[in-house]
Design a protein around this ligand. Structure first.
Ligand code: MG
Length: 241
């Protein structure tokens, strides 16, 4: 007799629906932003709500020198970039930007700004409405790395909406990435970066560099191009654990 023949074994238990249903913990309730006033969700860290820049400083640590008016903030190029006082790991970030209706210039010299994730990785902000430039420097690109999938920009004078989901990297002891940072970017409701791997810092000159870092602030860029300055409104962030 061969082992296993002419033997009976216990039958596998029959699956029932509730065997694969669990009830706790229930998702925490988050009240979404008001669709009319375009406010932040209840659990967001509000970085700019139209009143002041107290969540920000100039990059030298001085009081943030951009101009708050009419519920928006406009870049003051002489003051340089601004950064958040607080540092963040992984997050969901929402911001809205608008260039003046009579913006001038072309390519990168037309409403250039940028949002730096953990102060290292720039998602480009640029008026690319009927304005071409190198594709990996387009609005919604991971600057000089990955172009946006499409160009969904609104025309000058209208507000563009960025929603960014960022996963912070984990480093090995030798300083290289164990897990790269990743970013997903939605512009005006349209996906432009789909869980894009970030190769390193977004350099203007040269290749991306891998530099060990921990949590970092959000940086908004005051670009030196001579076009009229860009404005922002409604900036909020939800840290992701
Ligand atoms: Mg830029």
């Amino acid at each position: 007799m061969t082992w296993g023949q002419d033997k009976t074994y216990p039958e596998q238990q029959k699956m029932e629906p509730r065997m694969t249903e669990y009830w706790t913990p229930q998702p925490k309730v988050v009240t979404p932003g008001d669709i009319k006033t375009n406010s932040a969700p209840s659990d967001a860290i509000v970085l700019f709500d139209g009143k002041d820049l107290k969540a920000w400083t100039n990059s030298n640590g001085d009081k943030a020198g951009w101009t708050v008016h009419d519920g928006i903030v406009t870049v003051n190029k002489s003051q340089g970039d601004i950064i958040t006082r607080e540092s963040f790991g992984s997050f969901q970030l929402h911001l809205e930007w608008c260039v003046p209706e009579d913006i001038s210039g072309s390519s990168q010299a037309r409403g250039n700004s940028g949002v730096f994730l953990q102060d290292k990785y720039e998602v480009q902000i640029l008026d690319n409405y009927q304005n071409e430039t190198y594709v990996n420097g387009f609005a919604g690109s991971l600057y000089k790395q990955t172009p946006p999938l499409v160009n969904p920009l609104r025309k000058p004078g209208e507000w563009n909406v960025y929603d960014i989901i960022y996963t912070a990297p984990i480093f090995k002891e030798d300083g290289s990435y164990l897990y790269h940072p990743y970013v997903t970017v939605i512009v005006n409701g349209v996906l432009v970066q789909n869980h894009t791997e970030i190769w390193g810092t977004t350099e203007y000159i040269g290749l991306p560099q891998v530099k060990t870092h921990g949590d970092g602030p959000i940086r908004l860029q005051a670009h030196g191009d001579p076009s009229k300055p860009i404005s922002f409104r409604n900036i909020w962030l939800r840290p992701l654990k």
